[in-house]
Design a protein around this ligand. Structure first.
Ligand code: LLP
Length: 420
């Protein structure tokens, strides 16, 4: 459920016509709905109300400060993967006691900053990293709370680039080596074992892979207990999918119901790291058609947004629904078109072979489900300034990130004097 709907003949975000946003802010721009973000967070958090839990929003999906503040106000923590994300999270007011830190390549500086901030735990991905964290913790006179990330070798049946829990993946520690690694962890003076972590992939549209992974993790918790290693937190990661086209992913409450029997009466606090399911359908990318071009074999609609603004179609062949902002376009004759951007690459497209009503230059289009892994993956390729982000609340428009300027593009660059 989201708050982008046709009303009075045009697409609205909450009580604001998208055309008004385009007029005031220009295109391309990302638009997020406050009501949808709030509803999604509450649906997720509420689904787990009968289990002690921490929701740590996976901020890699959308790390705008305003979105993070909104999440923090709703009671969310965050899952971070870099020093930059830690910086943003703290700046947005996320309590350090609700921050978990994942990723295979944490640097000593990042570890130090996180220890100083007093985060809830590190999700550790290798024995080398465990030793590094122990060393840094010793140098700052702290004990690092850790969970080991277990690779349960479960196929999440999603895109290979976003599957993370298979043996061939770089993530986590093989389940059959976990006990050994936990013993190593318990022997290190500056490490405190608090949890087990597993995240198997993203955009999962079935509950079964979650359950299979969790069964393995719970079995590990039992073996650890037998060895005298107590676990307080069980982190099941993120990964719940959303509807981009006609997928029917489970609802948070379906996931909670499936998980509940496995974790109840075990004295565990669940940690969850949802990203996409919270923000994905709470955002759109608004773009304006520039030209129509009839190629030899295809018709192209050339728009002002490109792969540098939203890379998911180019990178994962991801499907994003494209809707005209003015409902009147729906009455026009339909054609199969490629919706492409101005970037100089054949891989620059937002949709391929898509049946759309005729789009004329000047028409506004909404690229749907763009709230997650949209702006955060944007780049300045082709020296295109990154686009603004707008948060709509009721009838108000808030620009939460300004459009970059040409000066922003060259910020930090210098021409050495020998070239002058
Ligand atoms: N936790 C960990 C450890 C993760 O690696 C991820 C995502 C999440 C949580 C959040 O997963 P979510 O709930 O959003 O599925 N750029 C790709 C997605 C990459 C996901 C990486 N890890 C895309 O656009 O589809």
């Amino acid at each position: 459920m989201h708050s982008f709907e046709y009303r009075h003949g045009e697409l609205y975000c909450e009580q604001v016509p998208v055309s008004r946003i385009a007029k005031e802010v220009g295109t391309p721009c990302y638009v997020y709905s406050h009501a949808t973000l709030t509803r999604h967070f509450r649906a997720y958090d509420g689904a787990f109300k009968d289990i002690p839990h921490v929701v740590a929003f996976a901020m890699k999906a959308n790390s705008n400060l305003a979105i993070l503040r909104l999440m923090a106000k709703e009671g969310s923590g965050v899952d971070i993967v870099s020093g930059g994300e830690l910086f943003r999270a703290l700046k947005a007011g996320v309590p350090p006691s609700k921050i978990v830190f994942a990723g295979v390549g944490k640097s000593a500086d990042e570890i130090r900053d996180a220890l100083k901030a007093g985060i809830l735990m590190f999700n550790v991905e290798s024995s080398a990293e465990l030793r590094a964290i122990d060393g840094v913790a010793a140098s700052v006179g702290k004990k690092a709370r850790v969970a080991l990330r277990i690779n349960p070798d479960i196929d999440p049946k999603t895109h290979p680039y976003i599957s993370t829990g298979l043996k061939k993946s770089k993530f986590g520690i093989a389940a059959d080596r976990a006990l050994e690694e936990y013993k190593l962890a318990s022997s290190l003076d500056h490490i405190e074992i608090v949890g087990v972590h597993a995240h198997i992939g993203s955009q999962l549209t079935e509950v079964t892979p979650f359950v299979e992974a969790l069964k393995k993790v719970v079995a590990l918790v039992e073996s650890l207990k037998a060895q005298g290693i107590g676990i307080q937190y069980l982190n099941v990661g993120g990964g719940l999918g959303i509807t981009y086209s006609d997928e029917k992913p489970p609802l948070p409450k379906d996931l909670a119901e499936a998980i509940f029997p496995l974790v109840k009466d075990r004295n565990l606090t669940l940690v969850m790291e949802p990203g996409r399911v919270i923000v994905g359908n709470a955002g759109i990318l608004v773009t304006r058609a520039l030209y129509q071009k009839d190629g030899e074999a295809k018709r192209f609609v050339i728009v002002d947004a490109a792969m540098n603004d939203l890379i998911r179609p180019s990178l994962y062949s991801a499907y994003h629904d494209i809707r005209p902002v003015s409902e009147s376009l729906l009455a026009r004759p339909k054609h199969s078109v490629d919706v492409v951007g101005p970037v100089c690459e054949s891989g620059d497209f937002l949709a391929k072979d898509r049946t759309l009503p005729e789009v004329k230059p000047g028409d506004l289009l909404a690229v749907m489900s763009a709230g997650a892994y949209g702006f955060v993956m944007a780049s300045n390729y082709n020296s295109r300034p990154r686009v603004p982000e707008v948060l709509v609340k009721d009838a108000d428009i808030h620009v939460i990130r300004a459009r970059e300027t040409y000066e922003d593009l060259v910020k930090g660059e210098t021409i050495p004097s020998f070239l002058s």
